[in-house]
Design a protein around this ligand. Structure first.
Ligand code: ADP
Ligand code: MG
Length: 286
């Protein structure tokens, strides 16, 4: 059983402000005519504004399903998801998802038109303002010079940046990213992680980021929720704000990666593993 993890740090005041997003004891299931698949079991976490919150766990532990539930595409069978206190029960422009498949950018639209499209389709802005907003975010991701290019002329990394600009242009309350860099080659992937962090420094958006890579979680996240294999349950939550790309390969970074690996995979030994943890404020769920 997972105890709900409430509050983020030991030092956080008890009367803390309401979380931006709260996922409270959420179980998610898929029902097919043959059977019911439980994807996550009683998962709880909270995300504050400007968090870079990472869901980390092995393939099949329900990360994508959790993200879809936060996006409003799937309803929990147990528990509740709230955005600023409001129950999430449908998709909305306040939660934008960036998927891994950037090739979903409509090829007949230019980069700028791609970024403008959701703004126009959702009637968020009129054409002129949408164009200005699109150019603003294309500049932020370093693609202003490619505004009139077509997606097929772009590299994988550039398509990823268009997808991020398109999502940020909607100015969502929370940006949801599901393994956004998994299909990129290793060097481009690292570059995109770096650019995402630089962009965050500038825009300070709130991010919910899914990955199965421990290294990526440590680099991208300020907090990491560790999920057990199928069905996903919370194993622990760790703080990782001390790491960035410059930490890669460092002694402390590697030690943290090893400890996270133990927390994720050492069935039944979580309590012992936690004794050896150096994380300042790790919280373990049983
Ligand atoms: P992750 O993203 O962590 O790899 P998913 O959220 O995609 O995991 O899947 C969690 C579990 O739910 C897996 O066991 C998977 O097989 C199952 N699942 C995912 N999508 C469906 C679906 N559409 N129908 C039935 N089962 C599904
Ligand atoms: Mg997935």
């Amino acid at each position: 059983m997972n105890a709900p993890l409430q509050g983020h740090t030991v030092s956080k005041p008890i009367a803390a402000a309401q979380a931006l997003l709260s996922v409270d004891n959420v179980s998610l299931e898929y029902r097919t005519p043959q059977r019911v698949v439980r994807a996550t079991h009683q998962v709880s976490f909270e995300i504050d504004p400007a968090d870079r919150f990472v869901l980390l766990g092995p393939s099949g532990c329900g990360k994508s399903t959790l993200l879809k539930a936060v996006a409003g595409f799937i309803q929990p069978v147990e528990g509740e998801i709230r955005l600023q206190g409001q129950r999430v029960d449908a998709p909305g422009p306040d939660r934008i998802v960036v998927f891994q498949e950037f090739d979903q950018l409509p090829p007949w639209k230019t980069v700028k038109q791609n970024v403008m499209f959701p703004l126009l389709a959702s009637k968020t802005l009129k054409r002129k303002e949408a164009e200005e907003r699109a150019l603003h975010y294309l500049e932020k991701v370093g693609l202003a010079a490619f505004a009139d290019a077509y997606p097929h002329t772009l590299s994988g990394g550039m398509k990823a940046r268009v997808a991020i600009a398109r999502a940020l242009a909607m100015q969502p309350k929370i940006l949801l990213m599901d393994e956004p860099f998994a299909a990129l080659d290793a060097l481009t992937r690292r570059k995109m992680q770096e650019e995402l962090l630089l962009l965050w420094e500038e825009v300070r958006f709130t991010l919910l980021f899914v990955t199965h890579s421990i290294e990526e979680a440590l680099v991208v996240g300020n907090r990491i929720l560790l999920l057990s294999p199928h069905p996903g349950r919370v194993r622990a939550e760790v703080h990782s704000h001390q790491y960035d790309l410059h930490s890669l390969g460092g002694v402390a970074f590697q030690a943290s990666a090893r400890r996270i690996h133990r927390l994720l995979f050492d069935e039944g030994d979580v309590a012992n593993a936690s004794h050896e943890l150096d994380f300042a404020d790790i919280r373990i769920a049983y």
